[in-house]
Design a protein around this ligand. Structure first.
Ligand SMILES: Nc1nc2c(ncn2[C@@H]2O[C@H](COP(=O)(O)OP(=O)(O)OP(=O)(O)O)[C@@H](O)[C@H]2O)c(=O)[nH]1
Ligand SMILES: [Mg+2]
Length: 224
């Protein structure tokens, strides 16, 4: 079985920064304003010879009527369904928030293996700040800095211990890109082709921000 790790948490805690570190890329947009990531998106990562898929998700907000926040929530739910491991990211600079508690409750119901990741532990002075997150009842928090990478080795070691046995490598497949002017229907076309709500669709131009990557199989039958 494939190991799929979803990075989940409220807005602006550093999910995309950590995604980029794990995947050794700059694929996910990182910004100091909240609500930057919208669609969920995928990368490949490797630790001590074990490869796994990582899904970056948008910031989870509970009980909001904002069109994007509602759509992001749907995308996070889909990522949780797909993943077998959840990295629940919280922020030591902000401390424990009510929204963290609500996200923790939602994740607990998923029944998935959860690692609590206390991000923004940029210096040793900050390491004791992780202790308040024990209150979430999700076990030991892993103090990391997604920005510098400190603490990530211990977290990855613990993740690898619960990995499923690995799949054999898949063969190379053709890659297709859907390109066009804003609001012409690119996201709707992608969702129709793969038969799921992979990409957020709204009537507003410029809804999709990150590049969306999806592996899917199309069967073609030709009759003469
Ligand atoms: N000090 C510090 N800042 C960080 C760290 N990781 C991320 N940040 C900053 O936190 C801000 C938010 O980072 P993102 O990675 O975009 O956060 P996100 O959780 O993906 O945000 P949304 O997609 O909007 O939910 C940015 O200004 C980052 O530079 C860290 O380890 N330490
Ligand atoms: Mg993000």
């Amino acid at each position: 079985m494939a190991n799929i790790v979803a990075i989940v948490g409220r807005p602006n805690v550093g999910k995309s920064t950590f995604f980029n570190r794990l995947t050794e890329s700059r694929k996910a947009i990182v910004d100091e304003s909240a609500g930057v990531t919208r669609d969920r998106h995928y990368g490949k990562a490797e630790w001590i010879g074990r490869t796994f898929s990582v899904i970056d998700t948008g910031g989870y907000v509970v009980g909001s009527d904002d069109i994007f926040e509602k759509e992001i929530r749907k995308q996070v739910d889909l990522a949780i369904d797909e993943a077998n491991i959840i990295l629940f990211v919280v922020d030591v600079a902000d401390g424990l928030t009510d929204l963290d508690k609500e996200v923790a409750n939602m994740l607990r119901k998923s029944g998935k293996k959860i690692f609590l990741v206390a991000n923004k532990v940029d210096s040793s002075a900050r390491i004791h700040d992780v202790n308040e997150f024990y209150a979430l009842g999700l076990g030991d928090p892993f103090g990391i800095s997604g920005m510098s990478g400190s603490g990530t080795g211990e977290l990855l070691d613990a993740m690898v211990e619960v990995f499923e046995p690995e799949d054999l490598d898949e063969p190379d497949v053709p890659r297709l890109a859907i390109i066009g002017q804003p609001n012409v229907g690119k996201s709707s076309l992608l969702n129709t082709l793969i038969g799921e709500e992979r990409s957020i669709v709204t009537p507003m131009a410029g809804t999709t921000r990150d590049t969306i990557y999806k592996r899917y199989i199309v069967s073609v039958s030709i009759s003469c």
